[in-house]
Design a binder for this molecule. Sequence first.
Ligand code: G
Ligand code: G
Ligand code: MN
Ligand code: NA
Length: 251
Amino acid sequence: RGLERDLAQALDRGELSLAFQPIVEASDERIVGFEALLRWTHPRLGNVPPAKFVPVAEDTGQIGRIGDWVLREACAWAARWPDDIIVSVNLSALQFDDANLPRTIRRALADNRLAASRLELEITESVFLKDRPATTAVIARLKALGVRFALDDFGTGYSSLGYLRKAEFSRIKIDRSFVQRAATDAGESTAIIQAIVSLATSLGMATTAEGTETRAEFEACRALGCGQIQGYLFGRPMPPEDATALVALKV
Ligand code: G
Ligand code: G
Ligand code: MN
Ligand code: NA
């Protein structure tokens, strides 16, 4: 399709950009980091959502090049933020097929003089679906550098808990489908969030509640022990300059 041909040129034509969404500490609502979210402004179609073009990038083998750019760009922006603000980057499962991934990340950190502890990588359990022995090895190498891993979209996938043991995540990101029902349903979503927080806590992992749009959702998640909160309530994904200004004001 035309989309894959256009995507092949998007990077060189400067059509890709990052948007940063704030992540706040539940206790005091202070910004502690930003999630980097890829954006494509197509010359004719306008904004194409990542849900549409990331799969195309994966199918056509372009995700490696695009993913490397995302990592470098995210680290470059994070280097301008205060030292206690982290950046969270989504990685596709396919990026783990590239043996150079640890080197790319080491370089992105070094070139920007960014401490590894300020980079968090978000992966979904799909990373473990294909049995790639290399994946666990790559994660171990990156963890040894000091990079942290978060398990994204938790609760929506294949619901095998074995990979929690395998990969030693620092954080579980609770999918927004639970968060958004927590304030309204008969208690099922609350019970699920509670179970996830309890599981995370006993495994030594932190939690982030995603997709928090209302004060009621925020209060519910905080009361359930979610340590960090992300969602439109605290900010939509925004241009890098706006995110940077937001944390510069708070120093
Ligand atoms: O920002 P938005 O809600 O439209 O993102 C939709 C999906 O695209 C999310 O699942 C998100 O994880 C994914 N996504 C956003 N940015 C990136 C990226 O840089 N790399 C990868 N692999 N996925 C991304
Ligand atoms: O899969 P992942 O968690 O990476 O996807 C993040 C996506 O969630 C982004 O595309 C972002 O735009 C979206 N998102 C972030 N906060 C909210 C929210 O409060 N409500 C909704 N509906 N989507 C959100
Ligand atoms: Mn994510
Ligand atoms: Na998510």
